[in-house]
Design a binder for this molecule. Structure first.
Ligand code: NDP
Length: 254
């Protein structure tokens, strides 16, 4: 049955930033689809607590800052210890910081690049080992339309660069592991309602620029990104690797 290929029964997913926003929506949809999920973030949230209470056998959480040196091994080991396998990695945790290129500080640059590029690289590297042993796996990196366009009105050269790099990391990993049963894809969202965009959505001018440049004329809900991540993570995408799935309401069409 075709629809069964979209299910994740018996699979285990590790989702970074799974406590809120897009990451929590991905966790909720993956759990609905039958997966067990190890979620990781620095803080606990009401949404995370509700999911843990709802599915105590299939959802677990481990506190970690993705930038900590031991975080990749710690969160991958915790997943294997709790659920016995690791089938899906969703590299979702991310941060944004705005500013002019010529005034952007080293500290800002390090904050964005370490969280959005170096940490996902190190976490994927740790997750690949058990996937190679199993001979199967799927990695979903959360990129962005910012990997393609210079956003407006906000200036965010480091963020845009980090997302372009994640797209290229995705393609290169996909090439390397295509014959090992491991698929690697990215999702490139447009503007999604979350804490990351809350300030811009609340700002009348930014809100207008963002929606006016989105042909659908609206922001996405996190669940609309989670549905795309489910496709990429599931066997329904069995021949899809190295793809950047753009889900942006048409933003990058013009
Ligand atoms: P939010 O700001 O709502 O959530 C960010 C998530 O990342 C939180 O779960 C946060 O958890 C986690 N996180 C951030 N820094 C760290 C860290 N150092 N260690 C561990 N976890 C961390 O953002 P979104 O849900 O909107 O974004 C999710 C992903 O989607 C990001 O990669 C973002 O770049 C991308 N994206 C978002 C778009 C949007 O319009 N919202 C558009 C395109 C891409 P905690 O703070 O508790 O640690």
């Amino acid at each position: 049955m075709t629809l069964e290929q979209f299910r994740l029964d018996g699979k285990t997913a590790l989702i970074t930033g799974g406590n809120r926003g897009i990451g929590l929506a991905i966790a909720q949809i993956f759990v609905q689809a039958g997966a067990s999920c190890m979620l990781t973030s620095r803080s606990e949230t009401p949404g995370l607590k509700a999911l843990l209470e709802q599915e105590p056998d299939r959802v677990a959480w481990i506190g970690a800052d993705v930038n900590d040196e031991d975080a990749p091994d710690r969160i991958v080991s915790a997943t294997l210890k709790r659920f016995g396998r690791l089938d899906i990695l969703v590299n979702n945790a991310g941060v944004a910081d705005n500013g002019n290129f010529h005034e952007f500080t080293d500290a800002q640059l390090d904050f964005v690049m370490s969280t959005n590029l170096i940490a996902p690289f190190r976490i994927a590297r740790a997750a690949i080992a058990p996937m190679l042993k199993q001979g199967s796996g799927a990695v979903v990196n959360i990129g962005s339309i910012s990997g393609y366009v210079a956003n407006k009105p906000q200036l965010q050269v480091a963020y845009n660069s980090s997302k372009a790099a994640i797209h290229q990391m995705t393609r290169t990993m996909a090439f390397e592991y295509a014959d090992k049963g491991i698929r690697v894809n990215a999702l490139a969202p447009g503007y999604v309602v979350s804490d990351m965009t809350a300030g811009g959505i609340a700002d009348a001018e930014w809100n207008h620029v963002w929606t006016a440049n989105t042909p659908m004329g609206r922001f996405a809900e996190p669940v609309e990104m989670a549905n795309c991540a489910l496709f990429l993570a599931s066997d329904a995408a069995s021949y899809v690797t190295g793809a950047i799935l753009v889900a942006d309401g048409g933003y990058t069409t013009h």
